[in-house]
Write a protein that binds this ligand. Structure first.
Ligand code: CAA
Length: 295
């Protein structure tokens, strides 16, 4: 069983926004990061983005050049599943779709060392249910990072019903070794942070839908009135409106309480493909600088 200090190679599956940030903090703190994605061009783009991140760290005086180059050299692309065989820990960070995640686990388990730990960065799905689709429910755990990963100090650790104590201790030590503070959540829909945060965002969208205020009024209200670094609609665009909707659906179905019903305006934006920053349009239109509210 790998202990935290024995975790030297971390495979990150999914080279999107979260996967890229995870490999950056992993490499920054001395572990090797293997970046895997079905789409090979995303692997290259992720590694390039991480190199850009480390070079900006040097330019702004936050990291010595040598340390940055070493960190860059610790991030490698994994262009076939077989390349993940050396991983001590795998962090799955593919899109928030249970079918896709299950397929990833089925495939990766065929190449992993028997004692490797398998972790998911799911923001809302049941860890116990995901664990059951693997060959190692005892070595399966939720390690939930926040976006932007290099900046946010927290990770939530979530045990499934079968996660053993050693896996939990190893994951906790690993999270601390990459500079994160750990909070522990029970395995209930959306865990702690998203259970509180996403209904707040959904309520902000209802506030917009019902005409209580426009985008600017709602975001200014919460930024200056509640000292949030971003207004809730700006934050929704940052997280991705499809992700916000899917978390509300998990809460609504999982807790069977109408207070979690997704706002119809959120559904409409997602149906339009206005998914937030990544689609250039959501509650703001990012094709303009500065971004313009869409309502
Ligand atoms: N990667 C790395 N560093 C980043 C970054 C990124 N993507 N974005 C910003 N930063 C860094 C900047 O380099 C800067 O660093 P220094 O202070 O060392 O100079 C710092 O963050 C602040 O950035 P900026 O000055 O550009 O901008 P800002 O002050 O407006 O802060 C922010 C940006 C940190 C994103 C801030 O607006 C914020 O904290 N927003 C809220 C984020 C949040 O709530 N995240 C959680 C979302 S929920 C979630 O992730 C869970 C889920 O499952 C959905």
């Amino acid at each position: 069983m790998p202990k935290a200090n024995k975790i030297s190679t971390v495979a990150v599956i999914g080279a999107g926004q979260m996967g890229t940030g995870i490999s950056e903090v992993v490499a920054k703190h001395g572990h090797a990061a293997l970046v895997y994605d079905l789409d090979k061009s995303r692997i290259r783009a992720s590694i390039e983005a991480s190199a850009g991140y480390f070079r900006r760290q040097v330019e702004t005086g936050k990291m010595p050049g040598e340390a940055a180059e070493e960190a860059i050299s610790r991030i490698k692309g994994a262009f076939s599943l077989q390349d993940l065989a050396s991983a001590d820990l795998v962090v799955e960070a593919v899109s928030e779709n249970e079918g896709i995640k299950r397929k990833v686990f089925t495939d990766v388990c065929t190449v992993l060392k028997p004692d490797a730990i398998l972790a998911t960065n799911t923001s809302s799905l049941s860890i116990t249910r995901l664990a059951a689709s693997t060959d190692r429910p005892n070595r399966f755990i939720g390690i939930h990072f926040m976006n932007p990963v290099p900046v946010m100090k927290l990770v939530e650790l979530v045990r499934g019903i079968g996660t053993d104590q050693e896996t939990f201790a190893t994951a906790k030590d690993f999270a601390q070794s990459i500079g994160k503070t750990v909070t522990v959540s029970e395995d209930f829909p959306a865990f702690i942070v998203n259970r509180v945060l996403i209904p707040m965002i959904n309520e902000a969208i209802y506030t917009l839908y019902e005409g209580v205020g426009n985008v600017e009024a709602i975001d200014t209200g919460m930024k200056l009135g509640a000292n949030h670094p971003m207004g809730p609609l700006e934050l929704a665009d940052f997280i991705g409106l499809d992700t916000c909707l899917s978390i509300m659906q998990v809460l609504h179905e999982g807790l069977a309480d109408s207070k979690y019903r997704p706002c119809p305006l959120l559904v409409k934006y997602v149906e339009a493909g206005w998914l937030g920053r990544k689609a250039q349009r959501g509650f703001y239109d990012y094709r303009y600088v500065p971004a313009r509210p869409t309502r």
